[in-house]
Design a protein around this ligand. Sequence first.
Ligand code: 5CA
Length: 444
Amino acid sequence: MLLSKSFIPILKNNPSEAKIKSHQLMLRVGMMKQASAGIYSWLPLGFKVMKKIEEIVRQEQNKIGAQEILMPTIQSSEIWKESGRYEDYGEEMLRIKDRQNRDMLYGPTNEEQVTEIFRSSLKSYKSLPQLLYHIQWKFRDEIRPRFGIMRGREFYMKDAYSFDISDEEAFYSYNKFFLSYLRTFKRLSLTAIPMAADTGPIGGNLSHEFIILAETGESKIFTDKRIFDLNTNETELEKNSLEQMRKKYEQYYSVTDEKFNKDEFEKVVSEENRLITKGIEVGHIFYFGDKYSKAMGASVDLPGGKKDFVKMGSYGIGVSRLVGAIIEAKYDDKNEIMKWPSSVAPYDIALVPMINKNDTSALDKAININKELIKNNIDSLIDDTEENFSSKIKKMNLIGAPYQIIIGKKSEGDLLEFKEIGKDTQNLSLTKIIETIKKQKNSN
Ligand code: 5CA
């Protein structure tokens, strides 16, 4: 892609309304644009990143056997009246009337809608377990939308729902999602820590938030530092090993402020291991048993002829919020260098030819290099403008493709001036560069 033809409206300076670095960068490089309070249009650069995150989330849901569906954004109030949440949800719910004067709403979450789908379709324990998910826009009329897409009113969420025959089976489903979340965030190059959390308006009594550390995060957290050293290598979706995996995490004190108890914290965590800090909630999982299935009559026939309400859980990931969360984790705002993890980078590599009016040979060379890159499925952004070199590099550092090739005096013959963003330059052949990038991409 040529920079001159791309829709990447870059601002010279940080916009003053943005208080945290993700919001600053997203406006600065034109990843998104505010439409109204807490509501955004996604421009090409931001949209590319979000779509890549979405795809990783999807792949990891599929790996645990979850099946993708797509429920509507607009829901009928009837099902919410059945569950009892129509009134309870309060002002965060955007209520709409259609032309027949029916009460509709823009879905803030989908427990009711999915329970309705389940109860009208499946009747036997033989169909269980069922893990269903969708990736869809949500609307919550947040009282204080802020930090750009981090706390929006309209946001993009993956929400999954599990249906099981017993508590024991339901915990197994819960643990599958627990594992899939650890895997998902790792592929996004984030360290997300599961923390015991409150259930709020979703309900139930078992819940974990997945939180990444960030000074600008809105969640206050209290942890035993040792939880950060844990790693997950589980490959089998086997019941006992998944239970052991969750226990491994739960052995360390790690809670959000709603669950915090000072005496307990000081009793179970030695002073040198205590960490009190802030973080961003990128995912949240809940187990709430028959809260919705009982209220809405979602039951199945059991082996002995009896019926019982299905046991349910729900599992959310903030797909749009993750774009901001990755920036919070990876953007060096002092030096104005963004380095996207290669799994979600908007472009794999930036080509920066030094061009002046009388000599376009560097641009020709960039275009030839790009032909090779395309053959190898490597997506590049070429700065074909005549700006000076330092402002070109400044721009590419903000856009954040993880690699750059500078085509100038030093890129002569077969060796090209190549660098991984934020690191020193090297002289490498194009073959070697392609190999390096492919290797990195394949490891995602
Ligand atoms: N039904 C449950 C699980 S599917 C649910 O809605 N959980 S939630 O409320 O915790 O939301 C799931 C995730 O969506 C959160 O972890 C967060 O990452 C993201 N999220 C929630 N509210 C917002 C918001 N206002 N802006 C951006 N992302 C949000």
